[in-house]
Design a protein around this ligand. Structure first.
Ligand code: SF4
Length: 152
């Protein structure tokens, strides 16, 4: 049974980003998986209960995730991460393609909590939970590595 791929909904063109936009990412490997019915779309922040559009949020030093207005949205981010993990496990996804830099989806870098556009090493809530459970997480700038890792 070949693995399916959990994908950030915004990378598939769904307008679910905090600003109401998307990050449509087109690539032959994504098209191939789509034809094979192996894409599983998810937006952790939306399934975690947040509206679109929504205020930007970042992980701060205390470990909480707060919006630019100072509201604590850690619970919604955590719920979204848990639902994403559940969906990945239920649909046989050993791999995920998640949007870089997001406080949910970022796999290598996230914003530093100062809302000044500064990236630091770290992972978003969903990316981290998936990785903790053995799912290999790539971002949209790592599609070649993803393709090699998944084979086809
Ligand atoms: Fe995209 Fe993830 Fe942000 Fe949803 S939470 S908009 S899927 S980066």
């Amino acid at each position: 049974q070949p693995s399916s791929l959990l994908v950030s909904a915004c990378l598939l063109g769904q307008a679910v980003r905090y600003d109401g936009g998307h990050l449509l990412t087109q690539h032959p490997f994504i098209e191939l998986l789509r034809k094979q019915n192996r894409l599983v779309s998810i937006c952790p922040e939306v399934i975690g209960g947040l509206p679109t559009p929504r205020p930007p949020a970042e992980l701060i030093a205390s470990g909480k995730i707060v919006t630019i207005d100072g509201d604590d949205v850690s619970a919604q981010f955590q719920k979204g991460a848990e639902l994403a993990l559940k969906k990945a496990q239920e649909t046989g996804c050993s791999f995920a393609l998640l949007a870089a830099g997001s406080p949910s989806c970022g796999n290598e870098r996230i914003y530093d909590g100062s809302f000044s556009g500064k990236l630091i090493a770290g992972a978003g809530a969903t990316a981290q939970l998936l990785m903790d459970h053995g799912i290999r997480v790539f971002n949209q700038h790592q599609l070649e590595q993803l393709e090699v890792a998944m084979g086809s």
